[in-house]
Design a protein around this ligand. Structure first.
Ligand SMILES: [Zn+2]
Ligand SMILES: [Zn+2]
Length: 422
């Protein structure tokens, strides 16, 4: 986990930098693909994912080293061939995991966050889950285990394989000639994120598109079918933590409410979106019928709230970079508290972005908790060792969090004029 935290120290600034390049490029060519609140929500989702993953929370049902020990038929040393075999095996596993996530109710919950943006841009690539709590992925790596691919090779390649899926989340790159036959391109992945009837659940490949062509899930981007982005049951929130558990919550409610015991059991393994007939009738859920005419989520906002959301995101990012930088020193218990502060913070400021009435309580509570912690420990998780006024700055941040929550809840709301709503 420590090496993962170290890798993130470089990966996060790199990805955020590229998102900024895309924003600036969009401005330059007057074709902006970002909207402030959506991008803040996407980047915040990325933060929740890396916090959760760096803490190693979740239940590993089966591990790769275990499979390797019991299944390896041959033992190949780490030559270039092993790396090639491992990469192809990872991509094959990725394809089937992705297909599983799209087609089975229970698994869709861990992937819906990635599709929840109604935009399509580099930031949306960073919408990654925190609800993937069951570690079954190794099962899909049985081919790699049979070939005796060492665990270290998988451990090195897995993040590279994930990071290599970032670049194609853009609308600024058109079709790419012969490459369209080999790898997943921006054009193909636009199709994947689209909810048009022609496109839905297509192009599930991650790096190579050959799997889609082999297993019948390939769909080219068509000139007369412009992709429309999002999910058929809109998330209606900027809060990434809520989005991560919305589908699960609906499944739990349906399981509780349906009269049929058979339906209570099978709903979890039925195709995504399947609901028992009785609850479907009694508790209808909004589903987008006309993908070309639906209202994107856009609660009333102001320039002030947009600027404040960016401030919260930037400060939270820096807090988290410090968490990864000082990872070993903070210790596991400290990391859990630190992680909780980051998570509750993201929950709080995105709830404020949603204009939720309860946001004020979360923001005031975490602000006070932060101030008490700094007062008690006379530090912020060892920050003062690097920068003597560090904990004062964090205290100031918590104070600002309380004050602005009050401001945006009780004062600014009345200033929102229709022309500021965008
Ligand atoms: Zn997907
Ligand atoms: Zn994607």
């Amino acid at each position: 986990m420590e090496s993962y935290a170290a890798a993130l120290l470089y990966a996060i600034p790199f990805f955020v930098g590229l998102v900024l390049v895309e924003v600036l490029y969009g401005r330059l060519v007057k074709n902006q693909m970002h909207n402030v609140m959506d991008t803040v929500s996407s980047l915040s989702s990325g933060l929740t994912n890396v916090v959760k993953d760096s803490l190693g929370l979740g239940i590993i049902l089966i591990s790769y080293p275990f499979l390797l020990e019991h299944l390896a038929l041959v033992e190949i040393k780490a030559t270039w061939l092993v790396w090639v075999v491992a990469f192809i095996a990872l991509d094959f596993a990725g394809y089937w995991n992705h297909r599983l996530s799209h087609h089975i109710n229970f698994f869709w919950n861990q992937h819906v966050i990635h599709h929840s943006s109604e935009e399509f841009n580099l930031a949306c690539a960073l919408r990654q889950p925190i609800s993937n709590l069951l570690g079954y992925y190794a099962l899909l790596l049985i081919p790699a285990a049979l070939f005796g691919v060492p665990n270290t090779v998988i451990a090195v390649l897995a993040p590279i394989h994930l990071f290599a899926q970032f670049w194609y989340h853009t609308r600024h790159i058109g079709k790419m000639g012969w490459l369209e036959y080999v790898i997943v391109t921006p054009s193909q992945h636009r199709v994947h994120h689209a909810i048009n009837r022609e496109y839905i659940d297509k192009n599930l490949g991650q790096i190579f598109c050959v799997w889609d062509r082999m297993f019948g899930t390939f769909q080219e981007e068509l000139d007369d079918v412009p992709p429309q982005y999002g999910v058929l049951k809109p998330a209606h929130t900027w809060n990434p933590i809520i989005i991560n558990f919305q589908h699960l919550w609906r499944l739990m409610q349906d399981t509780w409410r349906t009269k049929s015991y058979w339906d209570k059991l099978r709903i979890w393994f039925m195709p995504t979106g399947w609901r028992p007939a009785d609850v479907k009738e009694k508790y209808p859920v909004e589903i987008i019928e006309d993908v070309y005419h639906f209202e994107k989520y856009q609660p009333s906002t102001s320039w002030g709230l947009k600027a404040y959301s960016i401030f919260q995101l930037v400060f939270t990012t820096f807090l988290m970079l410090f968490m990864f930088y000082n990872y070993a020193e903070i210790g596991f218990d400290g990391l859990l508290y630190f992680g909780a502060f980051v998570m509750v913070g993201i929950f709080g400021y995105t709830a404020l972005m949603d204009r939720k009435g309860y946001a004020i309580w979360i923001e005031v509570a975490r602000g006070v908790a932060g101030l008490i912690l700094i007062y008690w420990t006379n530090d912020w998780f060892g920050l003062d060792a690097f920068w003597s006024y560090g904990s004062y700055l964090v205290a100031l941040y918590f104070l600002a969090t309380i004050m602005f929550a009050v401001y945006f809840t009780y004062f600014e709301k009345s200033f929102v004029s229709p022309d500021l709503v965008s």
